[in-house]
Each structure stands twice: as C-alpha cells, then as structure tokens.
Design a binder for this molecule. Structure first.
Ligand code: ZN
Length: 161
C-alpha cells in the first residue's frame, strides 16, 4: 500500500535546520508520528514528498520555509503594554506566553522588555527556516470513515474525544 489521500501513515523522522544541519527534533527512541495523509496534519512540503511512498521507504528532503512553517512576518511582532502581563510576576525575553485572541489561543515569545512595553513575536519558532527531514515510513493503512470525516487519526482504542 502506498501513501495517498486518506491513508493513515506512521513514520519515524528527524528534522534539522536546512542550512546549519543542526537537529531540531527527532522521534528516534520515542513514539513515531502518525498522521492522516491529505488532511494537512503535517507541513505541506513533507506531505507532498511522502505521496506514493511505501512501508520501508526512507527519504531525505529539504523543504523551503514557504512549504514548511511559512515565512517570518513582521506583522506578527507587536509591542504590548506591560499591563497585559499583570498576571506574570516577571516578564523576560525568551519567555513563552499564551495569548487569548478572537480566533483562539496563540503562542507568543517575548523578545524584548523595556520601560514602555513588551515586544512579543507570534511567528512560529521555525518560520523562515528551510528544514531537512529524514523520514522512514513504518506503516500505512486505510483511514476509517470516521477518521476521514474528522480529518485526523484516532488511537487504537477508537474515539477518545
Ligand atoms: Zn476525531
């Protein structure tokens, strides 16, 4: 069985910075990743590279930022008043915070703190980066009707949400 729309795919992966080669994340020694193919569960460039692959196939692919986590946008960097962080004892650069917005919670990283305001960056930490994936396909199966309907994979014990 090859990877195509509505197949559930299990894979081991290692992802590295496409320029420096520094490893960012890896499933080695841990749980493999399982996703529903064609449902935008994973970044578009990787989904495309996996199309047509089968169990046992290994691939290395470098994906440009636009097909990974997108380009960085300065519009996602904002200065907000200190009052917005009243609940946090000490706001420091490098700190991750979750902000509630009209379209749901988003993750922000504090990049600068000065007397007037706190600068936060809502770009994905991997935005603007090319990424190199080393992937091994471990399993491919048909998705259930329910999984296709929901657009994601359900666990071995069925529906748990
Ligand atoms: Zn579901």
């Amino acid at each position: 069985m090859t990877i195509a729309q509505n197949k559930v795919v299990t894979l081991h992966y290692e992802v590295a910075d496409g320029e420096s080669g520094e490893v960012i994340d890896s499933s080695a020694g841990g749980q493999p990743l399982t996703y529903l193919h064609g449902a935008q569960n994973i970044i578009p460039g990787l989904e495309q590279a996996l199309e047509g692959k089968a169990v046992g196939d290994a691939l290395e692919v470098t994906i440009e930022a636009a097909d990974a986590y997108g380009e960085r946008s300065d519009d996602r960097v904002q200065r907000v008043p200190h009052e917005a962080f009243a609940e946090i004892e000490k706001v420091e650069p490098g700190m991750s915070v979750t902000a509630q917005t009209e379209s749901g919670p988003i993750n922000l990283v504090v990049t600068e703190v000065d007397d007037d305001a706190v600068t936060v960056d809502a770009n994905h930490p991997l935005a603007g980066k090319a990424l190199t994936f080393n992937v091994t396909v471990e399993a491919v199966r048909e998705a259930s009707d329910e999984e296709v309907e929901h657009g994601h994979v359900h666990g071995p014990d069925g529906h748990d949400h």
